[in-house]
Design a binder for this molecule. Structure first.
Ligand SMILES: Nc1ncnc2c1ncn2[C@@H]1O[C@H](COP(=O)(O)OP(=O)(O)OP(=O)(O)O)[C@@H](O)[C@H]1O
Ligand SMILES: [Mg+2]
Length: 366
């Protein structure tokens, strides 16, 4: 990954957006603050209705915040109408003009800006090349495939050279294979143009593979912002851990905190170390999370953090999932990569030890 300069392209400062009034009032965004760096591939990830599109619309200027402000390179952009913001949007529906050719669609924004003909042609040619659509430039957009329409929509949004590109679930209409190809394509485009991308998805895998940083949203709030690895390895609360990847949640009690880490006592009585969300000094009863591939199994009980009974073994070729039941009745899953061999004596109905290593557990805020 190239070094990203540490300059903020967009700062969202305590932004709220309330729709409606009285009983029917909806807080689509509730005091959201987040900074997005220049040249960053930044993703808003969250379930349907959590406020992702609302936040994009406020940045684009299609709607106004009820409270708070949005800064672009340090300047409040509230007075700027959408077309004067150096921000462009790729909508989920593409919204191409079907009666226009590929080239006309790409040049449309530049025409609206009143750019000279020669400049428009040069930009359109460059964009056609960028999205590899030169051969289809004279085709009407009603006569090209979904993936090709997607590329035209991208080229059209990139043509006026915005500083920030907003992408609202741009890949959700594509089939799996095309979607995978377009993910790589989008990363390449972002890399080549150096434009800041704010990408919306509710697909956690897409978010993990594409983003420099991810903001996880729920019910109008941003719960956590971090690199894909931060978010996956160090979720700060249960919603984040649950929404991204598979998780084991364990009840535990804090017995000590030092140097930004805690020692917690599990239901088995065993004490293990656990990392902490930033700024949290936990006390008393807490929930910890352990990812299924971060725990190990042992046929013997001795030295294990917990013991469990094997309820189910699911062999998946590349790895095996062990569904366990702990002594306190809670479920626990261990995922293990397979190697070639004849097994290890772990059988359905058998007892096993579960090892939770020094950097496998994380304390949650809630
Ligand atoms: N114009 C509007 N009037 C009233 N409520 C609205 C309006 N636009 C959005 N909402 C509500 O605000 C909340 C957030 O909507 P938003 O479209 O931002 O969600 P989203 O995260 O983009 O969801 P999805 O993944 O389904 O696209 C929802 O509860 C939605 O019903
Ligand atoms: Mg949406």
């Amino acid at each position: 990954m190239p070094d990203k300069p540490d300059r903020n392209a967009i700062e969202v400062v305590k932004v709220s957006k309330i729709f409606g009034s009285g009983e029917g009032q909806v807080a689509a965004l509730d005091t959201v603050s987040v900074s997005i760096r220049e040249n960053e591939f930044f993703t808003l990830l969250g379930p349907s209705g959590c406020g992702k599109t609302t936040l994009l619309r406020l940045i684009a200027g299609f709607d106004f915040p009820t409270a708070g402000e949005i800064l672009l390179y340090g300047q409040d952009i509230a007075p700027l109408p959408p077309f004067k913001r150096p921000v462009n949007t790729v909508f989920q529906s593409y919204a191409l003009f079907p009666h226009m050719t590929v080239a006309e669609n790409i040049g449309f924004g530049l025409e609206m800006l009143g750019k000279p003909k020669a400049e428009i042609k040069a930009r359109v040619d460059a964009m056609l090349k960028l999205v590899k659509m030169e051969a289809l430039s004279a085709r009407r957009t009603s006569q090209i495939s979904g993936g090709q329409q997607q590329r035209v929509a991208l080229a059209r949004a990139l043509a006026p050279q915005p500083k920030v590109l907003l992408l609202d679930e741009p890949l959700s209409a594509l089939d799996y294979k095309l979607r995978k190809e377009m993910q790589i394509e989008l990363k390449r485009l972002q890399h080549e143009t150096g434009i800041t991308f704010i990408f919306v998805t509710h697909d956690q895998e897409e978010a993990l593979t594409m983003s420099d940083r991810i903001a996880v949203m729920s019910s109008g709030k941003i719960l956590q912002v971090g690199s894909p690895r931060d978010i996956y390895d160090r979720p700060s609360e249960r919603f984040v851990a649950d929404f991204i990847g598979e998780s084991n949640f364990l009840k535990a009690e804090v017995v000590g905190v030092s140097g930004g880490r805690a020692t917690v006592k599990l239901s088995s009585g065993t004490e293990i170390p656990a990392s902490l969300p930033e700024g949290l000094v936990p006390q008393g009863k807490v929930t910890i999370v352990v990812r299924p591939e971060h725990a190990q199994l042992s046929a013997a009980n001795s030295g294990a953090s917990l013991s469990g009974m094997v309820e189910n073994i699911v062999y998946l070729g590349t790895d095996t999932h062990f569904h366990l039941r702990l002594a306190d009745g809670e479920p626990f899953i261990v995922r293990r990569q397979n190697s070639r061999g004849t097994g290890d004596g772990i059988v359905q109905g058998g007892k096993v030890g579960i090892l939770i290593g020094g950097d496998a557990a994380q304390v949650l805020k809630d």
